[in-house]
Design a protein around this ligand. Structure first.
Ligand SMILES: *[C@@H]1O[C@H](CO)[C@@H](O)[C@H](O)[C@H]1NC(C)=O
Ligand SMILES: *[C@@H]1O[C@H](CO)[C@@H](O)[C@H](O)[C@H]1NC(C)=O
Ligand SMILES: *[C@@H]1O[C@H](CO)[C@@H](O)[C@H](O)[C@H]1NC(C)=O
Ligand SMILES: *[C@@H]1O[C@H](CO)[C@@H](O)[C@H](O)[C@H]1NC(C)=O
Ligand SMILES: *[C@@H]1O[C@H](CO)[C@@H](O)[C@H](O)[C@H]1NC(C)=O
Ligand SMILES: *[C@@H]1O[C@H](CO)[C@@H](O)[C@H](O)[C@H]1NC(C)=O
Ligand SMILES: *[C@@H]1O[C@H](CO)[C@@H](O)[C@H](O)[C@H]1NC(C)=O
Ligand SMILES: *[C@@H]1O[C@H](CO)[C@@H](O)[C@H](O)[C@H]1NC(C)=O
Ligand SMILES: *[C@@H]1O[C@H](CO)[C@@H](O)[C@H](O)[C@H]1NC(C)=O
Ligand SMILES: *[C@@H]1O[C@H](CO)[C@@H](O)[C@H](O)[C@H]1NC(C)=O
Ligand SMILES: *[C@@H]1O[C@H](CO)[C@@H](O)[C@H](O)[C@H]1NC(C)=O
Ligand SMILES: *[C@@H]1O[C@H](CO)[C@@H](O)[C@H](O)[C@H]1NC(C)=O
Length: 762
């Protein structure tokens, strides 16, 4: 989980540092008349840009110093600052900012820029220069102290000409498609305070040695650069001001080889998240007592000696998640100097033990994650003293016992609560008014029932709610659908929820709804317009899909195992984005509707889509999984499946289909891996073409009236005697192509075929 958590804090730091370096020392004026040579240079620059939102509309007239993004010096009148960074965007998830690229400048950066010789500040970030190269002439803007080209879709090599920028204090080239193989140019940037090359391809880069001489460096961000200790090795460093080092998402495996890092005594922020650190951390870490934030999640650390972190008395944020740490958590905690921790993430390790004896003392914590360990015992009442908690994650452990309102009643700051997959029972009064408003609730597999939890009524800000398998046997109260109407994802599956659903859920804005494995009866409601994943399988629903489908974005529809007993309505043709459809184990009758327009010409047919309608835009058919088994469907093998080029799973097992198995399957459905046609009334000869389907793993033709001989293929053929139906269970239908099914390149074809009652042996 370090991906999302650490980036914001790093970005935030960059912003603060930028402000510290550049926020206070502007002594320019904006009201002078600009120099005409610089005005012309700016206009030439503008002419090179494509400016879709007319960002630069103020760039006209004489006073270029008043143009948007341009700043001149009071003293000399020269243009000293050019700020063309695209600042339109939005905050997504806490403090991470994303630019709105529709406001981006495009086009070329013209060399007239070199006439702006007094520039000390140049920001072209978050634009779109379509993989063009970073212009070499930027290296001749010798006064530059600040240069940001981040997120601007530059491509190619970083021009070594940048080495001429000896005044540069801030250099941010992050997140472009650029690379550098020889970084010796960096060593000449002797004034550098902040360097951010995150996302730059520095695989195989050489000459890092001299980086260590940049004695003014305060922040070094080399996140996701393909670095390892072979290339990135510094034997002598003279970092006396370095406070931030982010080397997450690289290929470092031996922490000892990076001994220069562990020697830096002024470091406050260090991240090696998502590397391959093995074994133990070097002893030198013990001396880094300036450190406040340490992120080592996503490595292979096995062992922490009790004293490793004891001396780090300033440590407030510690992430050791997703490692292989083994031991008793109580000993581990006692070995830290833990009680001033604000954030502690030990999730996904092999820790055991319990929370008694220490949890109540961690009163500074705002974030605590201990998920995916082997922790046990009850959740002590003393946890109630953690009143600053914003996020509490104890999921996937062996905790048991009760959690009462007493545990939670002082956590007024809590936003995210994860207790799933423990044997805990949440017992609160029906009229309990929680002190918090949560945004994320995961209580899956805890016990909340049998009554529907009334306290959820006050949780009006929830985006994600997971209360699957929580022993609720009750009606869903009417308020529920309204209180949770703004949520993104609701999972109430595997309970005993009863009764009909509301007639319409159109007022909700959710995108994923899972009500499977309950006892819902009656008709399927009208659905929220933004829904893209709906699972109503294993209920007792009848009727069929309401007819307001055409506005939906539905990508996955699972109605398996209900009481649907009509024919499949043609309105299903309106689901144009469907990737996964499972209608199996119902009582459906009739043909599969042919949504295919027969009057399309052959060019169009190639690009036609799933259940094509009469709209003019024609897109490829996306459907990957079509599961209609165990119904009473009839007719011939559906001809229009020809156009479902992406099909991976086709299951028509146990219906009343007749006629021959078409020859075109191999050619038209080349992606098929699972083809189940058994227990129908197909007749004729088995097309040998089927055995040439390159990706096929499972073929079932049993219980039909098919005959033919099976080829001795070079691939191993293996008989399958029983086809387990649960092979077609789906938990995440969008992951079909990446592993829900046992897809492997080398898998044998599993075949069940019998001809006229005679099973063939392989
Ligand atoms: C430059 O001009 C700006 C705006 O007129 C003013 O705020 C600032 O104090 C001036 N700086 C100097 C050094 O004169
Ligand atoms: C950048 O521009 C290119 C065309 O020049 C376009 O294909 C691409 O989608 C744009 N990228 C973004 C993120 O807007
Ligand atoms: C940049 O430095 C090189 C020496 O490495 C020098 O030849 C060149 O003239 C410099 N360019 C500018 C524009 O100063
Ligand atoms: C980085 O560059 C190397 C060649 O130096 C190349 O093999 C590799 O695929 C590149 N990595 C990425 C993520 O582009
Ligand atoms: C580091 O990366 C280089 C280039 O990708 C590779 O040749 C070398 O074996 C790697 N070293 C380690 C220790 O992984
Ligand atoms: C280290 O940097 C300082 C300036 O911060 C400088 O005075 C000193 O000479 C440098 N030491 C070495 C060994 O380069
Ligand atoms: C780190 O410190 C140790 C002991 O203080 C010293 O032997 C070693 O040379 C230092 N390493 C670097 C890269 O400065
Ligand atoms: C902790 O720091 C003190 C003083 O700097 C030192 O004497 C002691 O050895 C350190 N402890 C460990 C475990 O490194
Ligand atoms: C918790 O673990 C400690 C040992 O770390 C043990 O002494 C204590 O009895 C345990 N408490 C409970 C309630 O299991
Ligand atoms: C088929 O339809 C496409 C798209 O509408 C059209 O461009 C093409 O000319 C048509 N071809 C024929 C042979 O009619
Ligand atoms: C297959 O069955 C159909 C009737 O459902 C029949 O008309 C046809 O002749 C049969 N074909 C073969 C090859 O037996
Ligand atoms: C399959 O059945 C058809 C008619 O039922 C017959 O003509 C054909 O010879 C059979 N083929 C084989 C290989 O048994």
């Amino acid at each position: 989980m370090m991906t999302i958590k650490n980036v914001p804090s790093a970005l935030f730091f960059v912003l603060l540092l930028t402000r510290a370096i550049f926020g206070t020392c502007d002594n320019e004026r904006t009201n002078s008349n600009c120099l005409s040579s610089e005005r012309v240079a700016l206009l030439t620059l503008k002419a090179g840009f494509v400016d879709p939102k007319n960002h630069l509309s103020s760039w006209e007239g004489h006073d270029c110093c008043s143009w948007r993004g341009v700043t001149c010096s009071n003293a000399t009148g020269h243009v000293v600052k050019l700020d063309l960074g695209n600042t339109y965007g939005r905050i997504i998830q806490d403090e991470v900012w994303f630019a709105d690229m529709s406001y981006a400048l495009h086009g070329e950066i013209r060399s007239s820029m070199i006439f702006l010789q007094n520039l000390y500040y140049l920001d072209l970030s978050s634009n779109n220069f379509s993989r063009s190269k970073i212009p070499e002439f930027i290296g001749s803007l010798k006064e530059l102290r600040y240069l940001s080209l981040a997120h601007s879709h530059f491509g190619g090599r970083i021009p070594p000409e940048l080495h001429n920028l000896s005044n540069l204090q801030y250099l941010d080239l992050s997140w472009n498609n650029i690379y550098s193989k020889d970084v010796s140019w960096l060593a000449d940037l002797s004034s550098l305070k902040l360097l951010d090359l995150s996302g730059v391809n520095l695989t195989d880069s050489i000459n890092w040695e001299k980086l260590g001489t940049l004695s003014h460096l305060q922040a070094l961000h080399l996140f996701y650069c393909g670095l390892n200790e072979t290339s990135f090795s510094l034997s002598h460093v003279n970092f006396t001001e370095l406070v931030t080092v982010d080397l997450s998402f690289n290929e470092f495996s031996n922490p000892v080889a990076l001994n220069w890092i562990w020697n830096i005594t002024c470091l406050k922020y260090l991240s090696f998240s998502a590397n391959n650190f093995d074994g133990r951390l070097p002893n030198a870490l013990r001396n880094m007592n300036s450190i406040e934030e340490l992120y080592l999640g996503g490595n292979n650390l096995v062992d922490m000696k009790p004293n490793d972190l004891k001396n780090l008395t300033n440590l407030k944020f510690l992430d050791l998640s997703e490692n292989k740490l083994i031991g008793d958590i109580t000993e581990f905690i006692e070995s830290l100097s833990p009680y001033r921790f604000q954030s502690l993430d030990l999730g996904e390790n092999n820790l055991y033990g319990n929370l008694s004896g220490w949890i109540g003392r961690m009163t500074s914590l705002t974030t605590l994650s201990l998920s995916h360990n082997y922790l046990s015992g009850p959740i002590p009442l003393s946890i109630r003293t953690l009143t600053r908690l914003v996020e509490l994650d104890l999921s996937d452990n062996n905790f048991h016992g009760e959690i009462t309102e007493n545990h939670l009643s002082r956590m007024s700051n809590l936003k995210k609560l994860h207790l799933s997959f423990n044997s805990v029972r949440l017992i609160v009064d029906a009229i309990w008014l929680p002190p918090f408003k949560l945004s994320y609730i995961d209580l899956s597999s805890c016990c909340l029932g049998p009554k529907f939890p009334e306290w959820l009524k006050w949780q009006t800000h929830v985006r994600f709610l997971y209360i699957s398998n929580t022993s609720i046997a009750d009606e869903v109260p009417v308020w529920f659908w309204h209180v949770f109407s703004k949520s993104r994802r609701l999972d109430l599956s595997k309970n005993d929820l009863i009764g009909p659903m509301p007639k319409s859920l159109e007022f909700m804005s959710i995108t994923q709804l899972d009500l499977s494995e309950n006892q819902f009866q009656g008709l399927i409601p009208k659905l929220p317009k933004n829904l893209y994943e709906l699972d109503l399988s294993r209920n007792a629903l009848s009727g069929f899909l309401p007819s307001n489908w055409k506005y939906l974005f539905l990508g996955s529809l699972n109605l398996k195992q209900n009481l649907l007993n009509d024919s499949i309505p043609k309105s299903i043709c309106q689901l144009k984005h469907l990737v996964f459809l499972d209608l199996s184990h119902n009582f459906l009758v009739g043909n599969i509707p042919n949504c295919w327009r027969s009057n399309l010409n052959s060019t169009e047919k190639n690009y036609s889509r799933w259940w094509s309608s009469n709209e003019s835009i024609v897109k490829p058919i996306a459907l990957k999984s079509l599961i209609l088994s165990h119904n009473n469907l009839s007719g011939e093998f559906p001809k229009h499946l020809k156009y479902f080029k992406s099909l991976i799973i086709l299951n028509l097992h146990n219906n009343n289909f007749v006629g021959s198995v078409p020859l075109w399957i191999r050619k038209k459905l080349p992606s098929l891996r699972f083809l189940l046609l058994g227990s129908n009334r197909f007749n004729g000869t088995i097309p040998n073409q089927l055995f040439k389907l390159e990706l096929l793993q499972l073929l079932d033709l049993s219980n039909n009236n098919l005959n033919g001989t099976l080829p001795r293929s070079s691939r191993s053929l293996q008989a399958l005697t029983t086809i387990r139906d649960d092979i077609f269970e789906s938990h995440d239908p969008f992951s079909i192509d990446v592993g829900m099914y046992p897809l492997t390149d080398a898998a044998p074809i599993l075949i069940e075929v019998d001809t006229k009652g005679q099973r063939l042996d392989f």
